[in-house]
Write a protein that binds this ligand. Structure first.
Ligand code: NAP
Length: 348
């Protein structure tokens, strides 16, 4: 029997779609992603980008404060991240994702920890193939595969990946090699400031390298950077080369001024990228309409329909503009309702 609804992805969009589809008795099947090293390096492990962040301050319903009683009663012990947090400021990204996952499975959503790597949306029902070989048929599919962190693409950056170069401060920041050492974060958005702030708990100084002389980050995050004595903002520079050797990994970076092309070197044991994201749509190339930046296109906004009838898109994979947890959850809800109405219209 084909599945009524298959959801690909496990961030806020995927779990919200699963909660709504399960409550509508559509028995959704969620492919939450494969827990493999390749996905760890690419930032596409199950639970998505929120699983790579610290405190979440702007998700409605989770104010700053001590939520430990609620969280410990709602989550399995291995998902209590409270002890890891330096000050209890509210819910953490991983906790929020485990709560959403639990809410979906409580309503009967089934979960497979694997990636979908092949799709056929011309077949009826749709055919999906997972990395582990499992083949699944589905009447509707909701794509909520999110986006993953960008790298600059320098050869030296590639050479020192896992040896001082990282695109996830929260995953790697606590490693011994970064303790009490100067560190570099590249970028000027909210992620860059958040990562610099987080890394300042471990490093001696965090040089926040930005290509312009004004941050893109929201005002509140900018203030956080300006107020943190351990963050040094290096304006109007871009990395030219990551410096290091095989034994020590990263030892510094050569920066180039975007104003006059002059170069300078800074010592650092860590080089962290926070320069935006690319949507996870590679496996959909040629199967659905994708815009010039790689995002899935909605054919009839605000409906979540894609170019294949019965296939819907939600969350960051189809949003290069808002990219918030709550907007992803909102479009996840919309996609589940769209799928439900599509199935009802077809009498399925
Ligand atoms: P972003 O807002 O797109 O910022 C990317 C930053 O990287 C920009 O400052 C950009 O510089 C810089 N950059 C891009 N390509 C570069 C390159 N090749 N070389 C050097 N610098 C480069 O991405 P984000 O910070 O990941 O944020 C994404 C979304 O998530 C945003 O909507 C943000 O508000 C949200 N977010 C919110 C929070 C929070 O509220 N706490 C935390 C994290 C993320 P330019 O400024 O010059 O373009």
């Amino acid at each position: 029997m084909p599945e009524k609804v298959v959801i690909i992805g496990s961030g806020p969009a995927g779990w919200t779609a699963a909660i709504y589809a399960a409550r509508a008795n559509l028995e959704p099947l969620v492919f939450e992603g494969a827990a493999i090293e390749e996905n760890r390096l690419a930032g596409t492990l199950p639970l998505g980008q929120l699983a790579l962040t610290t405190e979440v301050e702007n998700y409605p319903g989770f104010p700053a404060g001590d939520l430990s009683g609620f969280l410990t009663s709602s989550l399995e012990e291995e998902h209590h991240y409270l002890a890891d947090m330096h000050e209890k400021k509210g819910v953490s990204g991983p906790e929020l994702m485990h709560l959403m996952r639990k809410q979906a499975t409580n309503f009967g959503a089934r979960v497979i920890t694997d990636d979908i790597v092949e799709v056929d949306f011309e077949a009826e029902p749709f055919q999906l193939k997972a990395l582990g070989g499992q083949e699944t048929e589905a009447h509707t599919v909701i794509i909520a595969t999110g986006a993953s962190a960008n790298y600059l693409g320098m050869e030296s950056e590639e050479r020192f990946k896992n040896n001082g170069v990282s695109a996830c401060a929260v995953c790697d920041g606590a490693l011994p090699r970064f303790r009490n050492q100067p560190l570099i974060v590249v970028g000027g958005g909210d992620s860059a400031v958040e990562e610099a702030d987080y890394l300042s708990k471990f490093g001696s100084t965090v040089h926040l390298v930005h290509r312009r002389d004004e941050l893109r980050a929201s005002k509140i995050m900018q203030q956080r950077a300006f107020d943190n004595p351990k963050i040094d903002i290096v304006w109007s520079h871009v990395p030219d080369e990551v410096l290091g050797n095989d034994a020590d990994g990263v030892t510094g970076v050569r920066l180039r001024s975007t104003k006059d092309d002059s170069t300078r070197e800074i010592d650092a044991t860590g080089f962290f990228l926070a320069i935006g994201h690319t949507p996870n749509t590679k496996f959909l190339a040629g199967k659905l309409d994708i815009n010039e930046k790689g995002y899935l296109c909605w054919t009839n906004p605000p409906r979540t329909n894609t170019s294949a009838l019965g296939v819907f898109a939600a969350g960051d994979v189809s949003d290069d503009y808002y990219r918030q947890a709550v907007t992803a959850a909102g479009t996840g809800c919309a996609a589940a309702l769209d799928a439900e109405r599509y199935l009802a219209a077809k009498g399925l």
